[in-house]
Each structure stands twice: as C-alpha cells, then as structure tokens.
Design a protein around this ligand. Structure first.
Ligand SMILES: [Zn+2]
Length: 141
C-alpha cells in the first residue's frame, strides 16, 4: 500500500470512528458497532482502544444483568483487540473476575461441607450432623 493510500485509510478510520462515537452517544448501538468495526478495518491501531472500550462496556452490562457467559465472550474479544497496555490488563483482570463468578455460581449448588452449627466436616448425605445433632436440612436455617 502506498503512503497516500495509508493516509487515506487513516482519515477514513478517523471519520468513521467519529461517526461511530456519535451513534454511540445517541444510543444507537447497532450502527455504532457497525461503524466501529468498519473504522477498525480501515486502521486498527487508530481505533482499537475506543472499539475495545465499547465492547468492554457492553460486556460489563451483560455481567450486571447476570449473563456471564456472554459477558465473558465480549471481554475476551475486547482483550484480543487491545494492545499490551494497562487497559488490556484491566480487561484481563475483569475476565478473571467473571470466570470466578461463573465458578462460584457452579459450586454454590453443591451441598455445604461444614456443619453450620459446630463447623465440623459433614457429608452431603447426612440429614443431621453426626457430631452435634443439628438438623442439616438445607432449607432450614
Ligand atoms: Zn454439627
């Protein structure tokens, strides 16, 4: 690609990015994302930070609404876009948080392994604690 073509691409990227941000501010995410993608195709280095930031924001909203798997996908995409930077580390940290949240969600369905009364190790099949006699019906508190 010639120097002129490269500079044209950058100008197109900047203009498209500006339009993407205007759409984003107006709340038209569909058009905003289309333009972010297009701007990114023109010039990745110019657009990668704002583009990854909107993907990140969408992912965080999904996390808040409890859609963790979808949130994880968005954040992984954002992290893939972002160059090595503090910003990328921040996304990666958030990815770990969400992965932990998913893990906790999965393990919380496993029965507790300690008696809530005496704190000793109990087996899931026990109906009462063998040590203190406390009822281990998980519905009761
Ligand atoms: Zn006990």
């Amino acid at each position: 690609m010639s120097v002129n073509e490269a500079s044209l691409e950058r100008r197109l990227a900047a203009a498209t990015l500006e339009r993407a941000q205007a759409y984003w501010d107006l709340g038209n995410r569909e058009l905003a994302l289309k333009d972010f993608q297009e701007a990114h195709d023109y010039s990745a280095d110019l657009t990668v930070i704002p583009y990854s930031k909107v993907i990140y924001q969408i992912g965080m909203e999904k996390q808040e609404s409890g859609d963790l798997e979808e949130a994880l996908q968005d954040l992984q995409f954002a992290a893939g876009l972002a160059p090595e930077s503090e910003w990328k580390s921040e996304i990666q940290q958030r990815i770990k948080d969400i992965e932990n949240e998913i893990l906790i969600g999965e393990t919380s369905t496993i029965l507790r392994t300690e008696c809530p009364n005496c704190g000793r190790s109990i087996q899931a099949k026990w109906k009462i604690c063998a040590f203190c006699g406390k009822s281990l019906n998980t519905q009761a508190t």
